[in-house]
Design a protein around this ligand. Structure first.
Ligand code: ARG
Length: 464
């Protein structure tokens, strides 16, 4: 518990208890929230500046507090500051140290402010910065996808549905799909900035304060867009915490899906990619193994982030208005979620920057499984003016014929095709060409080379 220079706790005049009680140890959050020291000091500086501007404190007191807080900041930066568990949290710790440095004038710092609005202000400032960091790292991930896509417009691979070969696509089209995926994640994080931009400072404990505070002043100085509107809601609201973890969960789910896909591609059965040696691990007994542990790590982290989402929702579900100690754990959850997600995005980026696509294997795989069957059915509709269902059946018969005779479409002679549909002629053979198939998908958003090249230009502009 925080104590003043006479070694008394800040609230010792009311609560009489022995030093170092069991609960004081458990209830202390300083080891977690010391991470907010910069935000805490900056918010205090702004609050004190406002108190002076409003003539609530004198110039002399303001200067003393500024001096003390800046000294504390330096001590922490230079690692000369001692964080003590008994100081309960970062706010009490700094207040106590301020008292040691400047004496009783330190007490003015809590004029018109409670820890309830203080903690939520610190947290929002920290989360704004961290949200922007996540957005930036997602952007850099998208740029990696873009670079890979630019190199692979003409690399053909099978597109899968149900993990079965479905239709030929450009590898570049596949890669840009993930630019879209992570664009949605970025948007979620950006949307969250709206609530993170509402300033809680100045609502005090729950009901506001009788001091003539200027909340618009602190709003501006702390780079918020506007003050929150209801003091009661302000100190109990942690929706922005849930929003952040939800966005992180979605992003992490996307990373996990991609990881799973790459694990499959990396398997000996598929062999579509090769991971860099620095991103795989060996087996303790099987000397030949190179395991895709980095991707498995990414897939696993998703579980931890989902867990945090459920933890936070559960912490909130039983809380009436306004502040309760339960809320203290929001920081542990947020920090862990942020660290985890940031690391995952960086790791994924590293994996992709070092990935090798086995283009030969992709092309070979695309030649198996009758990937141009839909093209053939479409062709018959156009050429012979048949209803789609009829041409679908003719195509299915050809596939069955090939299956029974261990042939691919490309092995077929026109004679064999005519046995199934006599009205077809030689031109039909062109339909089995994979590049032609890819390039024919010119519908908006489709895989044709022109579409892709246009999209790549757009992405390049957007991701500048
Ligand atoms: N350490 C506390 C937290 O993080 C700060 C707020 C304390 N407020 C209070 N009324 N006990 O939630």
């Amino acid at each position: 518990m925080a104590k003043n220079k006479n070694n008394q706790s800040v609230w010792s005049s009311r609560i009489k208890k022995k030093k170092n009680s069991f609960f004081d140890k458990i209830g202390s959050s300083i080891n977690v929230d010391k991470r907010l020291y910069k935000e805490d000091i900056n918010c205090s500086l702004v609050h004190v500046d406002m108190l002076f501007k409003q003539k609530i404190i004198s110039f002399k007191v303001k200067n003393k507090i500024f001096f003390g807080l800046n000294k504390i900041k330096n001590e922490i930066i230079k690692k000369k500051y001692i964080f003590k568990a008994e100081d309960e949290d970062i706010h009490m710790s700094i207040e106590k140290r301020l008292h040691e440095i400047i004496g009783d004038d330190a007490g003015y710092i809590h004029t018109g402010r409670s820890r309830n609005d203080q903690v939520v202000t610190d947290l929002k400032v920290w989360m704004k910065k961290s949200t922007n960091e996540i957005i930036d790292s997602l952007k850099s991930l998208q740029k990696t996808f873009l670079k890979l896509a630019e190199k692979n417009v003409y690399s053909i691979m099978p597109g899968f549905t149900h993990l079965k070969n479905a239709q030929p696509i450009s590898l570049s089209h596949y890669l840009t799909a993930y630019i879209e995926v992570f664009e949605r994640d970025k948007k979620k994080f950006k949307d969250n900035l709206r609530s993170l931009n509402e300033n809680p400072l100045g609502v005090a404990a729950l009901s506001g304060t009788s001091f003539n505070l200027d909340r618009n002043f602190t709003t501006k100085k702390l780079n918020f867009l506007k003050p929150t509107r209801n003091s009661i809601d302000t100190v109990s609201d942690r929706d922005f915490v849930v929003d952040f973890i939800y966005a992180a969960s979605m992003c992490s789910m996307h990373i996990s899906r991609l990881s799973e896909e790459l694990i499959i591609w990396n398997s000996d059965a598929f062999e579509l990619i090769e991971l860099n040696d620095k991103l795989v691990t060996g087996s303790s007994i099987m000397p030949q193994k190179k395991n895709p542990d980095s991707l498995e790590y990414l897939r696993g982290q998703t579980g931890i982030i989902y867990g945090n989402l459920v933890s936070m929702l559960t912490i909130l579900k039983g809380l009436p208005l306004t502040y309760f100690k339960d809320l203290q754990d929001d920081k542990k959850i947020i920090f862990e979620t942020f660290d985890n997600l940031k690391t995952c995005i960086l790791l994924l980026n590293e994996i992709l920057r070092n990935i090798k696509f086995n283009k030969k294997k992709m092309a070979e795989l695309a030649e198996t499984g009758f990937l141009t069957a839909t093209d053939l059915a479409d062709y018959i509709v156009r050429k012979l003016n048949y209803p789609f269902r009829k041409s679908y059946n003719i195509t299915a018969k050809l596939v069955n014929y090939c299956d029974q005779n261990k042939k691919s479409f490309k092995d077929l002679k026109i004679k064999e095709i005519k046995k199934i549909e006599p009205k077809l002629n030689e031109d039909v053979l062109e339909i089995f060409d994979l590049k032609r198939s890819v390039d024919s998908k010119k519908s908006l958003g489709g895989t044709s080379f022109d579409n892709i090249k246009k999209m790549l230009k757009n992405y390049k502009k957007e991701l500048k």
